[in-house]
Design a protein around this ligand. Structure first.
Ligand code: ATP
Ligand code: MG
Length: 314
């Protein structure tokens, strides 16, 4: 672990024991969602399990491009097909926590206390109401001050990585960990990039979509060069695609031109169901399993799972 040490980060209590405290059991809505996905998408059953834990940071400093929406829906897609998934909400807005139905009122155990080394990550993780396989470390508004608080801390860029690499988290056996970044390239996003192997960049099929992408890629290169040589951009996901506009096709073509195979074949359409779901504390996969938005996120999740296995067996 590159010599990084955060004495208080993983101590205090038995994290494995306390992890079960939010266990909420299996509810009819989960059962319904799983049944619906089976009926509607039999081909997506049994997504392959990666040979090792995949940690994927979802980043783009541009606001409102679909980072959070993609994080929670991809995570739900994988979880509904039997893989164990953790979402780390690293945005003080707490939108991923909301979509996963996890409490993130100020003061509740969250990623903020984890980064400060006050509690372990497994103590902050809560089970989502969408699937027994889906967990979330919520973000509260307290995280808003952390960019400043972290500056003076030891090994400030590696605190999330250290927290994720604890024995208690390993024992929980997550196949996937998604980290939802805030719309900035500050210390929180750097922590996410240091903690991950992969970066997933959602790109909105709109004018100006590619603006700022160079800066994001530069930052990723800097992290690669100085903090995390294993990091790479593994996935580009085109979001909010509106087939009625020529512009969407132009942006998609330009992205494919530039990123080639890194761009998933699946494109996420603009869909009212996708935007409505978080208002009900749900992902679109449970909110409306048969909708186009739900199917597209499932398809994208399957592509990610299959590509990961191809790569690890190469
Ligand atoms: P931020 O930078 O603020 O964290 P973000 O990149 O996480 O934003 P989201 O919050 O996922 O972006 O999405 C921005 C808004 O667009 C939200 O209101 C969301 O519901 C909506 N949205 C996302 N994807 C879609 C879609 N495919 N169709 C329709 N609305 C969408
Ligand atoms: Mg967001």
């Amino acid at each position: 672990m590159g010599g990084m040490r955060f004495p208080a980060a993983t101590t205090g209590g038995d994290p494995a024991m306390s992890f079960g405290k939010d266990d909420i059991g299996w509810t009819p809505i989960m059962e319904e969602a799983q049944r619906a996905t089976r009926v509607l998408h039999p081909e997506t059953l049994d997504l392959p399990r990666p040979s090792h834990r995949r940690v994927i940071t979802v980043a783009n400093q541009k606001g409102g491009v679909g980072k959070t929406t993609s994080t929670v829906n991809l995570a739900a897609g994988l979880a509904l097909h039997g893989l164990k998934v953790l979402v780390v909400d690293l945005d003080p807005q707490g939108n991923a926590s909301t979509a996963l139905g996890v409490d993130h009122r100020s003061g509740s155990p969250s990623v903020y206390e984890v980064l400060l080394g006050e509690i372990s990550l497994s103590d902050a993780a809560a089970q989502s109401n969408q699937s027994p396989n889906l967990w979330c470390v919520p973000a509260t508004i307290d995280l808003a001050g952390s960019e400043i608080e972290l500056v003076t801390m030891v090994a400030r860029e590696g605190r999330l990585k250290e927290a994720l690499n604890s024995e208690a988290v390993n024992e929980l056996g997550f196949d996937y960990i998604f980290i939802d970044c805030p719309p900035s390239l500050g210390l929180l996003t750097v922590n996410a990039m240091v903690a991950a192997h992969e970066v997933l960049i959602p790109i909105q099929c709109e004018y100006y979509a590619l603006e700022g992408l160079g800066q994001l890629l530069n930052n990723i290169e800097l992290v690669q060069a100085h903090l995390n040589p294993a990091l790479w951009v593994s996935t580009i996901l085109l979001t909010m695609y509106d087939g009625r506009t020529k512009l969407a096709d132009q942006v998609a073509a330009e992205v494919r031109d530039h990123f080639g195979e890194l761009a998933l074949r699946t494109v996420i359409p603009r869909s009212v169901k996708i935007s409505e779901a978080p208002g009900f504390g749900q992902t679109v996969l449970t909110y409306d399993p048969g909708s186009r938005g739900s199917m597209s996120y499932l398809d994208a999740a399957r592509e990610i799972a299959e590509r990961g296995v191809e790569r690890t067996t190469e």
